[in-house]
Design a protein around this ligand. Structure first.
Ligand code: 5AD
Length: 439
């Protein structure tokens, strides 16, 4: 077997974190990243099935590996992520006989154990899914890292497949998280994003712990400049958590707070656990305590029975709240979910019309907000250099992508810098490092 690996990843940040974790484990067995999929001894597809589209993409990609396996039966092929729930792990092998391993999300052990037996006596750290995550070699100079803190989800929204694929939610132990973030900071990481499907439920089953307490402790870790957390559920976003963001200078004024729908009838059908009015109240609480907050959201259009009036309530909610980034998805029925039993009755062209309308609104809000930053100086954490444009790439605390020009040849990655914005579009902005304000 060739001692090289290739990992293909789509989906959420949790998948990205799982892929990096697996890569670091493979590297500790002596494997290195292959230059391309054709040169890999081990090929892993880390999949997403939250909507039909990423699932189709993953299945196509998987089919494309069939000839590779035929050509070279020695190649180890593993399917990982949300395509493989506990149940699917039993049926998928019949469907894809050329796949060697089916790995449930965040559980790569089977593959790693097999490779360990192939690679001799290498000693590996414990591989409990709730234990340490590491950075692979390719990320050794990373400025930003993801750290999963809650795995799985127990909320069971009517449309969502995640609980069936990632299992019920469980919190990783605070000591493990703090040790891991400490190690990342010592390695040079300057920003961590704590991850969970519903991150603000962190600690529900741990005596004396919640997300606010964990965040305070993470912020004490030397070397870190910024801390974020995502994704939050509006029903668990309490004042203590918002106050933590207001109080901790390292905690970014950045919230991922999906509202999904603006109509109370649809919210109820979705089993989201809050009303439109409660969501508005929560955004008000955030803005009262953290006026500069960037608040992003996810929205689903074309949920079963969604009428024009329901949709307009969603449209008006975004218009009224003027949130920052809105990720808009067209509803697709997912296996075993409650809503999949209902007729998917909003026609595809109507779903597309609603998506486009919301997308245009979101884009115009963002353009207008960002234009106001032209001429202003923002603080950017530099993540790397973009060869193509000769500019440094980084983000504001609110998560805006910034490309900045700087005089000199100094390596600025990992530094917090003042950047004067000269041009701002909806999805990125350009500026110059403001030497007069540099500390
Ligand atoms: N159809 C369309 N979008 C969905 N999402 C989750 N489930 C579905 C579905 N069945 C969206 C939600 C969620 C995001 C990750 O994907 O908006 O927040």
């Amino acid at each position: 077997m060739r001692k090289t690996y290739h990992i293909w990843t789509i989906g959420c940040q949790m998948n990205v974190a799982d892929s990096r974790h697996l890569a670091s484990q493979l590297e500790s067995l002596g494997l290195s990243e292959a230059a391309s999929v054709d040169e890999a001894g081990v090929v892993v597809l880390n999949t997403c099935v939250v909507r039909q589209q990423p699932e189709d993409k993953a299945r196509n990609r998987l089919q494309s590996l069939k000839p590779l396996k035929k050509q070279n039966p020695e190649i180890v092929i593993a399917l990982m992520g949300c395509m493989v729930g506990e149940r699917e792990a039993e049926t998928l092998p019949d469907e894809y006989p050329f796949v060697d391993f089916f790995l449930e999300p965040s559980k790569p052990d089977q593959l790693v154990e097999f490779l360990r037996s192939q690679c001799g006596d290498k000693v590996l750290p414990a591989m409990d899914e709730l234990q340490d995550y590491h950075l692979p070699d390719s990320e050794e100079n990373a400025v930003c890292a993801f750290v999963p803190i809650t795995l799985g989800c127990s909320h069971v929204c009517s449309y969502c497949v995640i609980p069936y694929r990632r299992g019920p939610d469980r919190s990783r132990a605070p000591e493990v998280i703090l040790r891991e973030v400490g190690a990342l900071a010592a390695q040079g990481v300057r920003e961590v994003t704590l991850l969970g499907q519903i991150v603000d439920r962190y600690g529900m089953e741990l005596e004396g712990w919640n997300l606010a307490r964990l965040l305070h402790e993470v912020c004490r870790i030397d070397g870190l400049l910024r801390v974020r957390f995502m994704t939050s559920h509006p029903a668990y976003m309490d004042d203590e958590l918002i106050q933590a963001v207001a109080d901790e200078p390292k905690l970014c004024p950045y919230f991922e707070l999906p509202f999904q729908a603006g109509s109370n009838r649809i919210l109820k059908e979705m089993r989201r656990g809050y009303t439109r009015e409660e969501y508005i109240q929560t955004v008000g609480n955030i803005r009262a305590k953290v006026p500069e907050a960037g608040i992003n959201t996810d929205i689903i259009v074309g949920y079963p029975t969604e009428s024009e009036e329901d949709f307009m309530e969603t449209f008006r909610l975004l218009e009224e709240l003027r949130l920052d980034v809105a990720h808009i998805a067209k509803y697709s029925p997912r296996p075993r979910t409650l809503s999949a039993r209902q007729d998917d009755d909003v026609p595809p062209e109507e779903k597309e019309r609603r998506r486009v309308l919301l997308d245009e609104l979101a884009r115009s809000i963002l353009t207008e907000k960002n234009k106001k930053l032209e001429g202003e100086t923002v603080t950017v954490l530099v993540e790397g250099f973009q060869q193509k444009t000769g500019r440094w790439r980084g983000r504001t605390a609110q998560g805006n992508l910034v490309f900045a020009e700087a005089a000199g040849t100094e390596d600025l990655a990992g530094r917090l810098l003042p950047v004067r914005i000269s041009w701002a579009g909806p999805y990125s902005m350009i500026g110059d490092v403001d030497e007069s304000k540099r500390i």
